[in-house]
Design a protein around this ligand. Structure first.
Ligand code: SAH
Length: 629
């Protein structure tokens, strides 16, 4: 259930020495990559290649999406050089040096994903990612991967020319006519993009079109590229038995005549009785287009420019192509903020196409959606960032942040993980107390196809976002699979606090949150009493806020009924953060110490003792007995 490497698989890992193989074990152990070693090495769970490595790599080159070598860079370059074709086809190639200090992106950094893979691997092994691409240095998303999170397709253009202009820091005009503009709001302060229209623009050195149209303005003679968000829904009606070829030609023709890019096609829409129409089904599977079908009732309700009484008599709706295109383009069940259509979505009314060479006839109409179809299956990565210091965050959690398209969390925690963020990531920090909105936003983005990391401090599953997200998914009728969910555990506040004072949690313990915002106070009181009675070492989370001061006083009174006033208590504020404060005191006196929402209170059990500024709870019942003698 490892989600974050999915997009790079299958992965081949290659080593020629025992040390090299050991370096790669961490990624191969759980079957995330296949480890290839020469015959002379005896390594568990590895595959053996015979003969020269060069020949072997040539043989397996086509079968893997990514290669991770633990080998000298020179050797890798010589091996792969004859195999490289171009950057839209080549696999990602990453090298890990034998000391494990560096992960180096060698080629296919952008489209092959090598830079992202390098960042993820580096985080997993605590190495430094070495990225030599110009956009990485400028903290910008590569222009050739800009649209990947949203499923945009790369169109024609001078990709090298535009990349070079970006690398030189020259002004690059962006004309976005379709698709999400979310990426524009998450650029670094200094970036070369200019977003105004063509008339008002100062002279630009290059231009990026983001449009469903084929868009080149030749007379300017500057490098131009185009991305095509998939916003076009092609409504198709056809006679039974119409060939795939005829439908395909009809769509090509209509697109060409209207300067629409076929790459901007989201999918095909039709009436439900055509769900198994062979030509349509074949075409959709070949082009990886979804085939969306609608009932005559839904289609009939839509207003179209060219209704037909003949069609109505046959299938129960006066329009198939036009109505289905509109229906598909305006139903946004998966969309984060369903837009209200501002203009008529139908941009090409129905056209009937026949061919002398093929049987049947196809009617084609095209509607444009306000939101693009991403064709991606979203993920929710529920990440515990630990108490604060990045060193206390697990490598797996760090790699999840590096892998995500979007990172969502409370402002303070986003600031703490800022060094882990990747250029081009959508980073949304929301103020505290908006947890539910944060959960809904994260789910909406994941439903739309993005990989979303939701960060909580400590552990996401302990008074964190994991529960909220899963609850909300359940409320939305989630099938348990889409979006996929993975939880990345973190060191929770009570463990962090405990580590600062010794071993207070050594025996049975519990955590109780004093916040009665979501839990009634009677329940909290009952749990406090039970914990105090049962002699659990107790960690109090959310002990006190500016407006909520009484609960801690009451909690102390409850514990004093069952425990000695001298019972050791640790007060740890902002553990592993800049203003960390640690106090060792007693149950009787702990209210004298300043306690706020950044503080965790640890109350010892009967046998907990302090010793030279340390708080120790004995290991077992023996300890308990001897302490009570
Ligand atoms: N998911 C978090 C807990 C969130 S509830 C976790 O697993 O740690 C928030 C409470 O956690 C705070 O009121 C405080 O009691 C505690 N807390 C969080 N971070 C802390 C830190 N660095 N030091 C001390 N207490 C902390």
């Amino acid at each position: 259930m490892e989600l974050i490497l999915e997009e790079f698989q299958p992965i081949a890992a290659i080593a020629t020495t025992i040390e090299g193989a050991k370096r790669l074990q961490f990624i191969c152990q759980t079957g995330k990559a296949t480890l290839w070693v020469p015959e002379s090495l005896k390594i568990e769970n590895s595959k053996i290649y015979k003969g020269s490595l060069k020949n072997h790599i040539a043989e397996i080159w086509q079968h893997y999406k990514s290669f991770i070598f633990s080998l000298a860079a020179g050797a890798v370059v010589r091996i792969i050089a004859p195999l490289l074709q171009n950057k839209s086809k080549d696999p990602a190639v990453v090298i890990i040096d034998e000391t494990g200090k560096f992960a180096i992106s060698i080629c296919s950094g952008h489209q092959g994903g090598a830079e992202k893979l390098t960042r993820i691997i580096a985080r997993k092994m605590g190495a430094t990612p070495v990225l030599t691409g110009a956009s990485a240095a400028l903290n910008l998303p590569g222009i050739d991967i800009l649209g990947i999170p949203f499923g945009w397709q790369r169109g024609r253009g001078d990709w090298k020319g535009v990349s070079a202009a970006v690398a030189r820091g020259e002004l690059v005009q962006v004309i976005q006519e379709d698709g999400s503009t979310l990426w524009q709001y998450h650029l670094p302060e200094k970036h070369p993009f200019y977003f105004q229209g063509i008339e008002t623009s100062p002279p630009a050195a290059a231009r990026i079109w983001i449009s469903c149209k084929e868009r080149f303005i030749k007379e300017y003679r500057i490098p131009e590229i185009q991305w095509h968000p998939r916003v076009l829904w092609v409504g198709v009606g056809c006679e039974r038995g119409t060939s795939k070829k005829l439908i395909e030609t009809a769509i090509e023709k209509v697109c060409r005549e209207n300067q629409l890019a076929e790459k901007a096609i989201a999918g095909i829409a039709t009436i439900d009785i055509k769900a198994n129409e062979a030509g349509l089904v074949e075409l959709c599977s070949e082009r990886a287009w979804p085939l969306r079908t609608f009932s005559p009732d839904i289609l009939r309700a839509l207003k179209v420019p060219n209704p037909s009484t003949i069609v109505e008599a046959e299938v129960g709706t006066p329009s198939v192509a036009e109505a289905a295109a509109i229906a598909a383009a305006t139903s946004h069940s998966q969309c984060p903020n369903p837009p209200i259509p501002t203009s008529n979505p139908l941009i090409v009314p129905k056209q009937i196409y026949r061919s002398e060479k093929q049987t049947g006839a196809a009617t084609v109409a095209i509607a444009r959606s306000e939101i693009e179809y991403t064709a991606r299956s979203g993920k929710l990565l529920l990440v515990g960032t630990g108490p604060g210091d990045l060193e206390q965050m697990t490598p797996a959690a760090q790699s999840a942040i590096a892998a995500a398209d979007a990172v969502i969390g409370y402002t303070l925690y986003i600031d703490l993980i800022a060094p882990l963020l990747r250029p081009g990531q959508i980073v949304e920090s929301l103020p505290i107390k908006q947890e539910r909105q944060r959960a809904q936003r994260a789910i909406a983005l994941a439903n739309w196809g993005l990989s979303v990391a939701v960060v909580s401090s400590g552990d996401a599953g302990i008074y964190g976002m994991a529960g909220l997200i899963l609850e909300e998914l359940k409320a939305q009728g989630w099938d348990g699979k889409t979006p996929a969910v993975q939880v990345f555990p973190g060191i929770t506040a009570m463990q962090a606090a405990a580590s600062r004072v010794g071993a207070p949690l050594m025996h049975d313990f519990c955590a109780i949150s004093l916040s009665d915002l979501l839990t009634p106070w009677e329940v909290i009181e009952k749990r406090l009493t039970a914990a105090a009675m049962a002699d659990f070492v107790t960690a109090l989370y959310n002990p006190r806020s500016r407006n909520r001061t009484e609960q801690l006083v009451l909690a102390r009174e409850i514990f004093l009924k069952y425990r000695h006033p001298d019972t050791p208590v640790a007060i740890v504020r902002s553990a592993y953060r800049k203003n960390e404060q640690i106090f060792l005191t007693t149950l009787e006196k702990f209210l004298e110490i300043p306690i706020d929402m950044f503080t965790t209170v640890l109350i010892g059990n009967h046998s907990t003792r302090t010793y030279a500024e340390w708080m120790i709870t004995p290991r077992g019942y023996m300890g308990f007995d001897s302490a009570n003698k």
